[in-house]
Design a protein around this ligand. Structure first.
Ligand code: NAD
Length: 379
């Protein structure tokens, strides 16, 4: 019988779990049994007893998981968990399949070590953004949570309310929210801020986003810089270079100064995030304003952002959150688990593992095989 192993996450502050009890039956139907390290789901609200009742086996030690499982499922696998996670490399075996976030663009050395172990690893960050891959798209799932939570963080620090209220004590004006980057996280931030009653504006360099922004009831800010050229074949933004970003900062200055809340989500895959908010621009904001920089882990869209910290500068609160999905572990795990289960069903069938590497979803995410690093992102 194929064995699926789910170790406890070891990244500091990580609360998610890669597989929740509800998805175990899909593995059973495909002819696999599931081993869960005891307590793996506890921080996300999924107890050992629930896994047991769905037919999983609870295993006491991490070593046992790695020595028995054919397929290891993690949220943050080595690469995305550089210090604690590298201890797992010693436990891995030749031919074992490892699936999870692996930070492939930034963790080449660790990926080399995984390759040397003979592990077949898949980095879920590299899933293609195609319709067929949509049900496995962990990046979209986690970005949805981040966008939602960013608005709540902002609301928590803002000395104003979000909605417009007409009360006997006078009229309360709605908060002005500006979202930079209208990808999955940005669109969810727009929707959440609208639900709270704010007036929302948004900007993205990809012109295709205008319609999406407007369909959520927000206003698209036209800077005249948006261009088809900004989008690569996969639908991601390209690195536009310093001159472009300089112009963009100049044009964003006024909108940012008018905003109570700025939520920035602008990133370019594999690159440091573009700096779109300078210290000068922060000085121009009203006291009490809040910036939530969702690009903090990628260097930040605001030059004052400190990743993992909330700071006050010139009367403005600048939040640089890291690992936001881990702050909503129940639903983050639910979505991640469904996505990774769908991914596994591509190659676990009738009690067998059949890796068809002609499948574009498997070939795009495959990082290591036969002792080598095989993904073209490393070329
Ligand atoms: P992302 O997280 O890579 O980037 C966030 C947003 O920042 C993007 O919209 C990007 O255009 C924007 N950005 C980058 N530089 C900017 C700048 N200088 N100024 C303003 N904005 C800037 O993006 P994402 O959320 O992963 O989405 C990337 C693409 O993938 C989109 O086209 C999205 O529609 C698409 N997508 C497709 C599927 C699917 O078909 N399965 C699923 C999810 C997303």
């Amino acid at each position: 019988m194929i064995k699926i192993g789910v170790p406890k996450e070891t990244y500091p502050g990580e609360t998610r779990v890669a597989l929740i009890p509800a998805n175990i039956s899909q593995f059973q139907k495909a002819g696999a049994e599931v081993l869960i390290e005891s307590g793996a789901g506890e921080r996300a609200g999924y107890l050992d007893s629930e896994y047991l009742s769905k037919g999983a086996q609870i295993v006491k030690s991490r070593e046992e998981i790695f020595s028995n499982a054919d397929v290891i499922l993690q949220v943050r696998a080595v690469g995305a968990n550089p210090f604690e996670g590298s201890k797992d490399i010693a436990l891995m075996r030749e031919g074992q399949i490892l699936i999870g976030f692996m930070e492939p663009f930034f963790a080449k050395e660790i990926v080399e070590k995984v390759a040397q172990k003979g592990v077949i690893s898949f980095a879920l960050e590299l899933l293609p953004r195609t319709s067929r891959a949509q049900t496995m798209d962990v990046l979209s799932s986690m970005a949805t949570i981040s966008g939602y939570k960013a608005v709540l963080m902002a609301a928590n620090y803002l000395p104003k309310m979000f909605p417009m209220l007409t009360t006997a004590a006078g009229t309360i004006l709605p908060a002005q929210v500006f979202v930079i980057g209208a990808g999955v996280a940005g669109l969810q931030a727009i929707a959440t801020a609208k639900r709270l009653g704010a007036v929302v504006r948004a900007y993205d360099i990809r012109p295709a986003t205008k319609q999406e922004v407007e369909s959520l009831g927000a206003k698209f800010v036209e800077l005249g810089l948006e261009t088809q050229e900004a989008e690569d074949k996969r639908g991601y933004a390209k690195d536009m270079g310093d001159e472009f970003y300089k112009k963009q900062r100049e044009m964003l200055t006024k909108v940012i100064a008018e905003s109570d809340v700025v939520i920035s989500t602008a990133v370019v895959p594999g690159k440091k995030a573009p700096v779109l908010i300078t210290e000068e621009m922060v000085k121009g904001m009203k006291p009490g304003s809040v910036i939530v920089d969702l690009a903090a882990e990628r260097g930040g869209n605001c030059e004052l952002t400190e990743a993992g910290k909330t700071i006050q500068k010139y009367g403005v609160t600048i939040i640089g959150p890291v690992n936001v999905p881990a702050s909503v572990p129940f639903h983050a795990s639910q979505m991640y688990s469904k996505n990774i289960t769908n991914f596994c069903m591509l190659f676990i069938k009738n009690g067998k593992i059949e890796l068809n590497l002609q499948d574009d979803i498997l070939s795009s995410t495959l990082l290591t095989k036969d002792g080598k690093v095989v993904n073209s992102i490393f070329d």
